[in-house]
Design a binder for this molecule. Structure first.
Ligand SMILES: [Zn+2]
Ligand SMILES: [Zn+2]
Length: 159
């Protein structure tokens, strides 16, 4: 995928599957069990797009239906996990979230919050100041915690 009109480009490890996308919407850390199982990583970072915003080239990505209505994309040649895909009405319909480590420039995509911290690996401590959510982040929902550690899981005390 030429950089060209695409702000974000990337692909799998072997280069067979490539994608291009416009400027990122939300970039999130996801601690859910399912992302961990799909990638083998203790935590993942995803950048979200509406399905039609992403242009795919090269080999067609393979899809694994990980749960009802949720699809996980990967390269059929090298196995690189690429996407979370599903329908989220409040975010505008069919979404594709791409693992930012598969982009050509992961440094350019900075995570904004943490989701599914209830499923976080115990030994993995979060020491940033980003908002944290038990599960999904729903529009307008206050974060239950901000950094610098996971101690005190209650709501952020008012200053
Ligand atoms: Zn590949
Ligand atoms: Zn996840």
């Amino acid at each position: 995928m030429e950089k060209g009109t695409h702000k974000v480009t990337g692909g799998c490890m072997c280069g067979a599957v490539r994608y291009g996308a416009p400027d990122a919407h939300a970039v999130v850390y996801c601690h859910c069990k399912s992302c961990k199982a799909h990638t083998g990583a203790p935590v993942v970072c995803l950048v979200g797009y509406l399905k039609d915003e992403i242009v795919w080239t090269g080999d067609e990505r393979k899809i694994y239906d990980s749960s009802a209505g949720i699809r996980r994309g990967f390269c059929g040649k090298c196995g690189t996990p690429l996407t979370w895909e599903g329908h989220v009405e409040e975010l505008g319909g069919d979404l594709i979230e791409v693992f930012i480590s598969t982009t050509d420039d992961p440094d350019a995509l900075v995570p904004e919050f943490h989701i599914w911290t209830d499923e976080k690996v115990e030994w993995f401590d979060i020491v940033d100041e980003l908002p944290r959510y038990h599960g999904w982040m729903h529009e307008g929902e206050p974060a239950f915690n901000h950094g610098p550690t996971m101690k005190g899981k209650g709501p952020k005390p008012k200053a």
